[in-house]
Write a protein that binds this ligand. Structure first.
Ligand code: SF4
Length: 404
């Protein structure tokens, strides 16, 4: 049994001092997170009730600020990367109306830190109004003129994936749709101001947290992203990823604006439960839930991504690939078009897991293609490792006060 193989079977690895502080914080948070809370960002009031800002439907904003021209000026500022309440792009009438509704900010987050890796991957630490922080990562394509943003959907995560740094935080709280959208607004400005970065065109919900555990806010954010009066993104450029907490979570995501993605990691029941210890449903049950969700979507929107984080000597063998290829057959039947995304695990200080060799990843991919030729298999380069740009690593390497 290899070192990593042992790690997945054993108890948690030794924690460093900083980690111990964070772990204490996380466990305290976990106590209060039994029922995940959603903090109110500095929002506005409409007819005496708290309202969202970025996620507010355009017709409601129009009514609020007193006309389409005023509402459009607010969104011109957001798309330009400016805070509307401070922006000259926004009409005075619109600003006065927002302030009269109690708004102190329209974009309820600020950029706290930026880390740029050698390959251009840019990790953003985004500070929320209550002092908590989340990560968003800009990933420029190495050869094509496009940049993908990976956003967080929760502060921390309760799914407990053994290879994931964020899992160590536990769930601190849910993000609101406004807070998810704020990451996009901030990242779009960073991308635009960078000389080297291609335009931000794609977004994936694969940062901190599980989109399947914060469905309502994730769906509201996606709807705002594709709104022609707001962020104006193409639906096909949005990917909503979940580890698949339950068949019900897939059902709830069925009508989301964007492509669905299932982070499956392994098709062997025992191994998957070790990698994703929060799993409560057998894999065939989850597969049925996903197929039902796909079949509830219009045929042209059934394209699916299946993601597997590959860990050396844990889930990267030809046998693991063969099991995955066999398991996904019925999903491919339903999806029509299916991409399998292979992500070599990013080693962290906090686990013994190691990344597979490039040859092993390619062999795994070849086995999938051989046994399930209908899928497109992509192997992701590791991006941004020199600046701790893997999932959850920037935030958890910061001081605890950043997440308190
Ligand atoms: S990999 Fe994703 S779902 Fe799993 S613990 Fe990390 S953030 Fe949560």
């Amino acid at each position: 049994m290899g070192r990593a193989k042992k790690a997945v079977m054993s108890a948690s690895p030794t924690l460093s001092h900083a980690w111990r502080s964070l772990a204490l914080l996380a466990s305290a948070s976990a106590l209060s997170a039994t029922v995940p809370r959603t903090a109110a960002p500095p929002g506005i009031e409409v007819h005496g009730r708290p309202s969202s800002t970025l996620a507010l439907p355009f017709p409601e904003l129009k009514e609020l600020v007193g006309g389409a021209g005023r509402a459009r000026s607010v969104w011109d500022a957001v798309r330009a990367g400016e805070e509307p309440l401070d922006s000259d792009l926004v009409t005075i009438g619109a600003r006065r109306a927002l302030i009269a509704c109690g708004a102190t900010r329209f974009v309820p987050a600020t950029l706290a830190e930026t880390h740029v890796a050698k390959d251009g991957t840019t990790k953003l630490l985004v500070r929320l109004a209550d002092g908590l922080a989340v990560e968003a990562v800009l990933i420029p394509h190495p050869t094509r003129p496009r940049t993908t943003l990976c956003v967080s959907s929760q502060v921390g995560c309760d799914r407990g994936c053994r290879f994931c740094a964020t899992a160590r935080m536990g769930l601190v709280r849910q993000l609101t749709a406004d807070e998810i959208l704020a990451q996009f607004a901030i990242a779009a400005r960073v991308a635009r101001e960078s000389d080297a970065m291609p335009p931000l065109t794609n977004i994936v919900f694969m940062g901190m947290g599980d989109a399947g555990r914060n469905v309502d806010h994730v769906k509201a954010a996606a709807t705002s992203l594709v709104d022609g009066d707001k962020f104006r993104m193409a639906r096909s450029k949005i990917t909503i990823s979940t580890v698949g907490p339950s068949p019900e979570a897939f059902a709830a995501l069925a009508d989301a604006d964007g492509m669905l993605a299932w982070s499956i990691h392994a098709a062997d029941e025992d191994l998957r439960r070790k990698l994703v210890p929060s799993s409560r449903h057998p894999l065939p049950e989850l597969r049925r839930g996903l197929i039902d969700a796909l079949e509830a979507r219009p045929a042209r929107r059934r394209t699916l991504m299946l993601a597997a984080t590959l860990i050396r000597d844990v889930n990267d063998s030809d046998d693991d690939a063969a099991k995955l290829a066999e398991f996904i057959g019925p999903i491919v039947d339903a999806a029509g078009k299916c991409n399998v995304d292979l992500i070599p695990c990013n080693p962290t200080d906090h686990t013994d897991f190691e990344s597979p060799s490039t040859e092993r990843v390619l062999a795994y991919a070849a086995k999938i293609r051989e046994l399930e030729p209908r899928v497109h298999v992509a192997t992701r380069l590791q991006r941004g490792d020199d600046e701790s740009a893997a999932c959850g690593q920037l935030l958890v390497s910061r001081k605890p006060e950043l997440v308190a």
